[in-house]
Design a binder for this molecule. Structure first.
Ligand code: PLP
Length: 438
């Protein structure tokens, strides 16, 4: 595929060893390269926009830790803040001033959040948000959308059932049917399906959870009116509207997707960027709902490491940097330049290709369609073309997510030099795709 494949022998050795002791050799499945073939890389360092693998190869990184490293790797503001905190201890199992500070900042940045609780992952955030929504409404049913991912919460590991308006089916062994019987799955960007479901079952629905910009089926922005419909039906039926902004929060804009589309959810879940690379999640929103949580209310939720001082320190340092004026304009411009450059090279090579962008998130589709706005369109993309593109990019020093269904991320460390390296590699990669198709 590539003229001079990189040597990745040490990564391969580590992977062989890892498979002896870790299921599938990885601690999270998408890392295993099953979506692209070949062996996964093992990394030992990150520097700005670059990752360095176990064999000392350097790559421009468009995974950015799956979103958190919006400032690039090892940003000095974060490292310095962490070094100070390290000397004061790793945690106390009790409250700290920094937790109050980050809670106040989150509430100021996202006006829909009046009260917020910290957890340690995005999964914990969505699981807890759903529990408090159920407790608040005293209802059991949940609505989610096909192609949206909300962490590995049992009741959300669901695929669409066979008929329209049926309950979902478990998408993983180990998830009892009884759990997913409480979950409805609808097509993303289909307002009619939402209206129909709520017309029949609205009064049983505790909450509707959605990625306001879908970032786990590649990248699919909401169509005009979709998020408005969700807000309307939830208002009409007293259901809680949850925006899962674990990926989009502080990523598509400082105030997340809700600030761009100007819709106020009842609850928001956060993760990824909010921890600056350390494990932090958060869920928050309307005070009357959040007040249902223990210790004041009857809905139980807790966490030994919740609000951990190191994690909160990294989060606060990140929030400070990304709140600087012009931060998102620069990120958006670089992302736009990258996508325009990719499109140009795809067109020149005659490869059917299109992109989506939301702030510093992007999606690449090997598709004949000019706009991709539905799950089925994402699923219909040419996987062979993606695999060829992915591996040629990798061999030329560009690290993309090893799956056609993941969004890409640009950080503040992705400057013109990194874009040039990327586009030079892309020229080769698109021509490899084109010659594979002859
Ligand atoms: C990543 C992600 C999650 C899960 O977060 P984890 O920290 O991996 O548990 C939930 N929702 C969305 C939208 C995500 O992108």
């Amino acid at each position: 595929m590539s003229l001079a494949p990189l040597s990745t022998d040490h990564s391969t050795e580590l992977y062989d060893l890892a498979r002896r002791y870790i299921p599938g050799g990885v601690n999270s499945p998408v890392r295993a390269f099953k979506g692209v073939g070949g062996n996964p890389l093992f990394f030992k360092a990150g520097e700005g926009a670059y990752l360095i693998d176990a064999d000392d190869n350097r790559y421009v990184d468009y995974v950015c830790g799956w979103g958190p490293f919006i400032l690039g790797h090892c940003h000095p503001a974060i490292i310095n803040a962490l070094q100070l905190q390290l000397k004061r201890g790793l945690g106390y199992g009790a409250s700290t001033e920094a937790e109050v500070e980050i809670a106040e900042k989150i509430c100021n940045i996202l006006p829909s959040i009046e009260s917020v609780r910290l957890v340690s992952s995005g999964t914990e955030a969505t699981m807890s948000a759903i529990r408090v929504a159920r407790g608040f409404t005293r209802r059991d049913k949940v609505v989610k959308f096909e192609g949206c991912y909300h962490g590995h919460v049992d009741s959300l590991l669901v695929k669409a059932g066979s008929g329209a308006l049926t309950m979902g089916e478990p998408d993983s062994l180990g998830v009892p049917r009884a759990f997913t019987d409480l979950t409805y799955v609808l097509p993303f960007n289909d307002s009619d399906a939402v209206e129909n479901l709520f017309a029949r079952h609205g009064d049983e629905i505790a909450c509707l959870i959605v990625e306001p910009v879908a970032g786990n089926m590649n990248l699919v922005p909401p169509q005009a009116g979709f998020l408005e419909t969700l807000r309307e039906v939830c208002d009409r039926h007293g259901s809680v509207l949850i925006f899962d902004e674990v990926m989009t929060g502080f990523r598509v804009a400082l105030g997340g997707a809700q600030s761009i589309y100007n819709i106020k959810p009842d609850l928001t879940t956060l993760g990824k960027v909010i921890g600056g690379g350390l494990p932090v999640g958060a869920f928050g929103g309307r005070k009357d709902i959040m007040d249902c949580l223990a210790p004041d209310g009857p809905v139980y939720q807790a966490g030994t490491l919740s609000g951990n001082p190191l994690a909160v320190t990294a989060g606060l340092a990140t929030l400070k940097e990304i709140s600087k004026p012009g931060f998102y304009d620069q990120l958006g411009r670089q992302t736009q330049k990258l996508l325009a450059g990719l499109q140009q090279r795809a067109d020149a090579a005659g490869v059917p290709f299109t992109t989506n962008q939301a702030g510093a998130m992007f999606g690449c589709f090997f598709s004949d369609e000019k706009t991709v706005s539905h799950f089925d369109q994402v699923m219909a993309c040419n996987l062979d073309n993606f695999k060829t593109f992915f591996h040629t990019m990798l061999d030329n020093g560009i690290y993309l997510a090893p799956s056609a269904y993941e969004a890409g991320f640009v950080s503040a460390a992705h400057l013109d030099r990194e874009l040039e390296l990327t586009l030079d590699a892309a020229e080769k990669a698109f021509s490899a795709v084109a010659s594979g198709n002859q």
